[in-house]
Write a protein that binds this ligand. Structure first.
Ligand code: PEP
Length: 249
C-alpha cells in the first residue's frame, strides 16, 4: 500500500560537471524503477539536476531549507528559492546537520513547517547515536525526535512527508543495522505516528525509510522487512551503477 521511495543524499559531493555525468548515467538505469526515485543534491547542482530530470522518473530534492521566508540569514536558502527551481523534496534534520550545525528538534520542526507551507516534501531524519544506542535509549530518542519534528503538523500533510530512520553510527561507516533492528525501530516510529495522528494514517500514509550504509548488497534484505518503505542512501548514491542497483532492488 505504501509505495517505496529510494532517495540519494549526495551530501557535499559533485560539481555541476560531475552532476551532469552522474545523472546522464543514472537516467536509463532507473527508468523502470517500481519505487519513487529521488536525488538530493547540493544547492549549486539543483538547477542542473532539475533540468536534466525533467520528463524522467527521477525527482530532485535539496539537503536543507531555512525556516524563514527571507531575510538576514547569510548563507541560508529559503523554500521559495527551492520551489522556483522546481525542487520537490528536501532533507531536514539529517544527523550531520544535528551533529555539526546545531540542528535541534525545534529547528527541524520550523524547517518542516516552512517546507510544507511552500509545497516542498520533507524527508525528516531521525536516529540515535552509538552512545544513545548503547545506553538503551534508541526508542526514547526516535520518539522525542519524531514528536518534535511533527509538532503542530496537520494530518493532511502526512502524504507529503517521508521519515528516514538513520542510526547515526551506521551512516558512512559501512555498518548497517540488522534488518530486524531497523524494522523494530521503524515500528517504534510508526507507533509514535499512530499516537500523534491515527493508527490507520500511520499504517497507510506514513512512509519510513531506513538509512545507514544501505547498498546493493544489503538492500534486498532491508526492503523485505514489513516496516521499511525505502532508503536514504549516502555513499552508494554517488555511483550511478550502485544507486541504480539499490533502486532496482
Ligand atoms: C545518509 O547520509 O543519509 C546515509 C545514509 O549515508 P550512507 O549511506 O553513506 O551511510
Amino acid at each position: 500500500m505504501r509505495k517505496p521511495i529510494i532517495a540519494g543524499n549526495w551530501k557535499m559531493n559533485n560539481t555541476i560537471a560531475a552532476t551532469k555525468a552522474l545523472i546522464s548515467d543514472l537516467i536509463p538505469l532507473v527508468k523502470d524503477a517500481a519505487c519513487d526515485v529521488v536525488i538530493c543534491t547540493p544547492y549549486t547542482d539543483l538547477a542542473t539536476a532539475v533540468e536534466m530530470c525533467k520528463g524522467t522518473n527521477i525527482k530532485v530534492g535539496a539537503e536543507n531549507v531555512h525556516w524563514a521566508e527571507k531575510g538576514a540569514f547569510t548563507g541560508e536558502i529559503s523554500a521559495d528559492m527551492l520551489v522556483e527551481l522546481g525542487v520537490e523534496y528536501v532533507i531536514i534534520g539529517h544527523s550531520e546537520r544535528r551533529q555539526y550545525f546545531g540542528e535541534t528538534d525545534a529547528t527541524v520542526n520550523a524547517r518542516v513547517k516552512a517546507a510544507l507551507a511552500k509545497g516542498l516534501k520533507p524527508i525528516i531524519c531521525v536516529g540515535e547515536t552509538l552512545e544513545e544506542r548503547e545506553a538503551g535509549k534508541t526508542a526514547e530518542v526516535v520518539i522525542r525526535q519524531t514528536e518534535g519534528a511533527f509538532k503542530d503538523i496537520d494530518k493532511a500533510e502526512l502524504d507529503n512527508i517521508v521519515i528516514a530512520y538513520e542510526p547515526v553510527w551506521a551512516i558512512g561507516t559501512g555498518k548497517t543495522a540488522t534488518a530486524d533492528d531497523a524494522n523494530d525501530t521503524i515500528k517504534v516510529i510508526r507507533d509514535t505516528m499512530a499516537k500523534l495522528y491515527c493508527p490507520k494514517c500511520a499504517e497507510d500514509r506514513v512512509r519510513i525509510q531506513y538509512g545507514g550504509s544501505m547498498n546493493p548488497k544489503n538492500v534486498k534484505e532491508l526492503m523485505a522487512m514489513p516496516e521499511i518503505d525505502g532508503g536514504l542512501i549516502g555513499g552508494a548514491s554517488l555511483k550511478a551503477e550502485d544507486f541504480s542497483k539499490v533502486v532496482n532492488y
